[in-house]
Design a protein around this ligand. Structure first.
Ligand code: GLU
Length: 454
């Protein structure tokens, strides 16, 4: 028996008009995990990166580059790449087709006139839907507007039909063409708007699942009609709209997005897998736990786990998760980066200190303890002298600390913090850290003697 599975093609489509932030990263991750989940099952699944850069004034190649770098840093590599600014011919053709079929019509209202109409409708408690005045214009009236120097913008004529889709996250959605405004697809300056370009691309690139934020739900209603008008196969198209992240108080993140850019999060020393581990589970009832690889997250990923409530993004939770991730991070996963920040740190030392790191950068402090460049904290020289006197000779192992401090306890009568802390402070220069019984054999006899002497 031959089982034919439909190829899966998803896309993440940021506009290069700014840096990616945590909310964009979540959309990218959800798309990536969805494709990867299917690929791991042996299905044909593709993740596309599409740069929505038709707004030539606001788009910036520097942002485009930063987006690619941020995605690569998160590990969200793409199988295919598209850039809207390379595809103007396709948009020209789509516009010609819509004009030919009477679905795109010229409008001459100025922004002020439209604003006035909208305010009047709202004052009358009517929905602010475009009144289609332009559809009633005669050729002569159009010519008169153009003679005045007005350039038309172009609206897509929605059909007065029910629009329905079963959203893979939100469940059934129902709209009606009569209750929506005909969207502008081409501005008066000739610029193509996202509603158009996105649909043209989603058709041409064979997208099967459009997974994006809930702020696009109304766009979807309109775009479903546009897909059909451009010959797209809507019956095989799936939509999923994820809820938008909010802050810990439930407020929109929009004002704080600058500080929540991936660039800022990366600079603050967070691990990409901490961000991925949190974003993959936010808004689901699954536990947030550190995962070392994207594949672990992809294994059981399903859109249906994403709930309807807005997930709260708490930077403190991300920091905690980063700490937990480092605790279980194997040496080979950090070795490359450690070589740059703490080159002499061995695997054995990494395994002992990793539980104490909030960021990988902090490994530098511990490297200093390892290689000997620290200033011991010394308050009571006599006590340290006594400690030196009963320090066991090498070879050392994890039992050495216990033997040493038991002897020291007998000699001095000290116990608890008074017994241990001065030793830790002298040997590490700090009053907290990994267990001394683990550290001692790694630091070694020579350096311990040196530090106890101050
Ligand atoms: N460029 C759009 C955005 O950034 C893409 C939305 C979509 O996924 O269709 O919001």
């Amino acid at each position: 028996m031959v089982i034919i599975t439909m190829a899966i093609r998803v896309r993440f489509a940021p506009s290069p008009t700014g840096l990616l932030h945590i909310g964009n990263a979540r959309t990218a991750l959800i798309n990536w995990l969805f494709a990867r989940h299917h690929a791991l099952k042996g299905e044909d699944a593709t993740f596309l990166l599409r740069l929505d850069d038709t707004d030539l004034e606001r788009s910036d190649p520097l942002y485009a580059k930063a987006i690619e770098e941020d995605l690569a840093w998160l590990g969200l590599t793409h199988d295919q790449f598209a850039r809207q600014s390379d595809r103007f011919d396709q948009y020209d053709q789509a516009v010609a087709r819509l004009k030919a079929t009477g679905r795109l019509y010229p409008c001459y209202e100025t922004p002020e006139e439209l604003d006035f109409k909208r305010k009047r409708q709202l004052a009358r408690h009517e929905p602010p839907i475009y009144d289609r005045t332009a559809l009633k214009l005669t050729d002569e009236e159009r010519r008169a507007f153009e003679a005045e120097g007005r350039q038309p913008h172009w609206r897509f004529k929605l059909l007065p039909e029910a629009i329905h889709w079963d959203d893979l996250i939100r469940g059934p959605n129902d709209f009606h063409g009569s209750h929506l405004s005909d969207p502008v697809l081409v501005r008066a300056d000739g610029a193509y708007l996202y509603t158009l370009t996105s649909v043209v691309d989603d058709i041409d690139l064979g997208i099967t699942h459009i997974i994006r934020g809930e702020d696009h739900v109304t766009n979807t209603a309109v775009q479903i009609q546009l897909f059909a008008a451009l010959g797209g196969d809507v019956t095989h198209l799936h939509f999923a709209h994820s809820t938008l992240l909010v802050d810990v108080n439930g407020a929109s993140l929009s004002k704080r997005l600058g500080s929540l850019s991936l660039a800022t999060l990366r600079e603050s020393g967070l691990e990409p897998m901490a961000i991925n581990s949190l974003l993959a589970r936010l808004g689901t009832s699954l536990p947030v736990e550190p995962q070392l690889t994207l594949d672990e997250l992809a294994q059981n990923f399903t859109l249906s786990a994403l709930g309807r409530a807005s997930p709260r993004f708490d930077p403190a939770e991300l920091e905690t998760l980063n700490h937990k991730l480092l605790q279980v991070m194997p040496y080979d996963q950090v070795q490359g980066r450690l070589r740059e920040i703490a080159p002499s740190l061995t695997e054995a030392f990494w395994n002992v200190i990793r539980g104490n790191l909030r960021t990988l950068e902090e490994a530098c402090q511990w490297e200093a303890i390892y290689v000997g460049h620290i200033t011991p904290l010394i308050e009571d020289r006599d006590y340290l002298g006594q400690a030196l006197g009963c320090l066991p000779g090498e070879p050392w192992d994890t039992a050495t600390w216990g033997l040493w401090t038991a002897r020291l306890k007998e000699i001095t009568g000290r116990k608890g913090k008074a017994l241990f802390m001065p030793l830790r402070q002298a040997i590490t220069g700090m009053d907290h850290g990994p267990e001394m019984k683990e550290l001692l054999p790694l630091i070694g006899y020579g350096k311990v003697v040196e530090r106890l002497k101050g």
